[in-house]
Design a protein around this ligand. Structure first.
Ligand code: NAP
Length: 252
């Protein structure tokens, strides 16, 4: 699709917020965005992990990132508004938003899923993405060429027994992507898509498949060219799509 994906300047001057930036796919992608020239706003639950990502970015003499610790399970609408206002005040715009943070929750039949566990997964995987998108839309609309990426999963595209709230939350994420993409079609410069990273060597995957040998799985780092591409001006005609990261990688 492009010969410039490795180009270190693909995201120069872009301000991009990544949730769940302290670990797994979010950490690898946040590092890649910084290496491609972006100023990255690192949002996540564990401050020490965000600080490690900050230190890694600074050690490579890249654009200084911003840390914004936030527990999406307990944050309320006002917390998102504060973040949205602070992005506008500091940068005047937001060029990219990657909803990556997610929680797996418990496995089992819906009948035996505890209501409080269901609510928590919906809060982190769905409600937080809505509240964050809502609060950041003024900053995204101020960008000349913005991107919003929601993170889905294979079980958010085809239901599977015992995947419970996690699977249902990812279906909701796909729905949010479609509704937002349709709202913004032809009325803004914001491109909205969802991504399914596929099986990836992270803590979440190990929790879901404890008997699996992680060494057999692709690393989070191997996915990053697809995320950089989707956040760049090269993806300006991709909108409203449910993207498989692996398939996209083969085309890049
Ligand atoms: P991970 O290794 O568990 O990392 C998830 C990140 O989200 C962590 O940084 C975590 O913070 C953060 N997070 C979790 N709950 C949070 C909360 N309440 N508030 C703020 N941040 C929170 O997961 P991953 O495998 O990288 O997954 C990233 C995304 O890809 C998820 O949306 C997941 O559903 C999706 N996905 C993953 C796979 C896979 O095979 N790995 C496959 C399909 C889809 P802490 O580090 O502080 O816990």
């Amino acid at each position: 699709m492009s010969e410039n994906i490795g180009n270190a300047s693909l995201l120069t001057n872009r301000v991009i917020l990544v949730t769940g930036a302290g670990d797994g796919i979010g950490r690898a992608v946040a590092m890649a965005f910084a290496r491609a020239g972006a100023r990255v706003i690192l949002v996540g639950r564990t401050q020490s992990k965000l600080e490690q990502v900050y230190d890694s970015i600074m050690a490579e003499h890249l654009v200084e990132p911003v840390i914004h610790p936030m527990d999406l399970a307990s944050a309320v609408a006002d917390d998102y508004e504060v973040l949205g206002k602070s992005v506008t005040e500091q940068f005047g715009r937001l060029d990219g938003l990657l909803h990556n943070a997610g929680q797996l929750g418990t496995f089992g039949p819906l009948q035996y899923t505890l209501p409080e566990n269901w609510m928590k997964i919906m809060q982190v995987n769905v409600n937080a993405a809505f509240l964050l998108t809502r609060a950041l839309l003024p900053a995204l609309l101020a960008s000349a060429d913005a991107r919003v990426l929601f993170t889905s999963s294979s079980v958010g595209r085809k239901g599977r027994a015992y995947w419970g709230a996690y699977a249902v939350s990812k279906f909701a994420v796909e729905g949010m992507m479609q509704v937002l993409a349709d709202e913004l079609e032809n009325t803004s410069n914001i491109k909205v898509n969802s991504v399914n990273p596929g099986a990836t060597r992270t803590v979440m995957r190990a929790d879901a498949y404890p008997a699996e040998n992680p060494a057999t799985l692709p690393t989070a780092e191997s996915l990053v060219p697809a995320y950089v591409f989707l956040m760049s001006s090269q993806a300006a005609d991709i909108h409203g799509q449910a993207i498989n990261i692996r398939e996209l990688l083969e085309k890049l």
